[in-house]
Each structure stands twice: as structure tokens, then as C-alpha cells.
Design a protein around this ligand. Structure first.
Ligand code: SF4
Length: 67
């Protein structure tokens, strides 16, 4: 059993995307920051979750296969 299930449901695509950066705050909150936003203003810096559809989504594991 894994704890990934509920997180993926709550966060959507960003939870599995190679372009996400997790920001942990001192108060224990976690923010999901999209690194694509740094070079493309059409992406939200902090996506509204759950992200159900995104043209920039790239699965983390697929990104590793390309290398
Ligand atoms: S590209 Fe889309 S799915 Fe990936 S982190 Fe950014 S907003 Fe989330």
C-alpha cells in the first residue's frame, strides 16, 4: 500500500509531473510550483489544484527514460 493515491487525487497531474517543484513552508504547508512558469507566462506559477488537464504535463518516469 502506498500513500501516493490520496495525494495524486488531491493534486492531480502536478503530483506526477517532472516540471513541479515542491515548496515546503515553516508552518508545514506544501505548495506545488510549476517550473514552466519561469519561462512561459501562460503557465501558472502556483497551479490551482487538482490540475486535471495540462498541455505541459510530462510524466516524471517518462522524462527519465528519454535521458
Ligand atoms: S506543467 Fe502542468 S502539470 Fe506540470 S507542474 Fe506545470 S502546471 Fe503542473
Amino acid at each position: 500500500m502506498t500513500s501516493e493515491g490520496p495525494r495524486v487525487e488531491r493534486v492531480g497531474l502536478c503530483a506526477r509531473c517532472q516540471h513541479v517543484k515542491l515548496i515546503h513552508t515553516d508552518r508545514g504547508s506544501i505548495f506545488y510550483q510549476c517550473s514552466r512558469a519561469a519561462t512561459d507566462p501562460t503557465y501558472p506559477r502556483y497551479p490551482v489544484l487538482p490540475m486535471l488537464e495540462c498541455r505541459g504535463f510530462e510524466e516524471k518516469e517518462r522524462a527519465l527514460e528519454k535521458r
